[in-house]
Design a protein around this ligand. Structure first.
Ligand code: SF4
Length: 191
């Protein structure tokens, strides 16, 4: 796999608005099945209310096994500025911006055959639709575009940040979101 292809993927993520991007081998991505308990506590309100959040997203052990079947993960982060640590609206706005950049990144990379087998992972529940169809117990409207979160795959995001040479927390009055792209790459990527 060519480093140039990795660099190209990183540049594309940055061009979409990410603050940092890096490719790591999947062996460096730490996962923990016990994270599913955090989702079950439903602090975010998405548990059972979003097709790409637990429990609908799938069994945690199956998702971790799927993750381990890929070779690489592109990790990218965006840092949102907050007025203060209680700036809930600022957090929501930063989450929306991150979702928008994730969708833009997916759009500009989706047809790239050099990725080979791949899957995109986002931050939190899928935000392709303003309101997930699961809330009305209707089928997913865009199963081909829906994005599962890193957390649903049991990814330890703070350890992922370290593995990718990034900070998980980027200073007072900031909020940081992460997305990922799992991929195998093809022979076409070799220099
Ligand atoms: S595409 Fe829409 S309906 Fe499907 S998981 Fe995402 S938000 Fe829900």
């Amino acid at each position: 796999m060519s480093d140039n292809f990795f660099d190209e993927l990183c540049r594309k993520a940055l061009a979409c608005g990410a603050d940092r991007a890096a490719v790591v081998p999947v062996e460096k991505v730490e996962t923990d099945a016990s994270f599913r308990k955090l989702c079950e506590s439903n602090v975010c309100g998405n548990y059972g209310k979003n097709w790409r959040c637990p429990p609908c997203a799938g069994d945690i052990d199956d998702l971790i096994a799927e993750l381990r079947s890929y070779r690489y993960m592109l990790v990218y982060q965006s840092i949102g500025r907050l007025e203060d640590s209680y700036d809930f609206e600022g957090m929501m706005a930063a989450g929306e911006r991150h979702s928008t950049l994730t969708k833009a990144f997916i759009q500009i990379t989706e047809g790239d055959r050099r990725l080979g087998r791949h899957v995109n992972l986002g931050a939190g529940g899928c935000r392709i639709c303003p309101t997930c169809a699961k809330k009305d117990d209707l089928p997913c409207r865009h199963p081909d575009k829906a994005i599962t979160s890193l957390e649903a795959y049991g990814v330890n995001v703070s350890r992922l940040a370290a593995a990718a040479g990034m900070k998980y927390i980027n200073g007072q009055n900031t909020v940081t979101y992460f997305s990922g792209l799992l991929f195998d790459g093809t022979e076409e990527c070799h220099a």
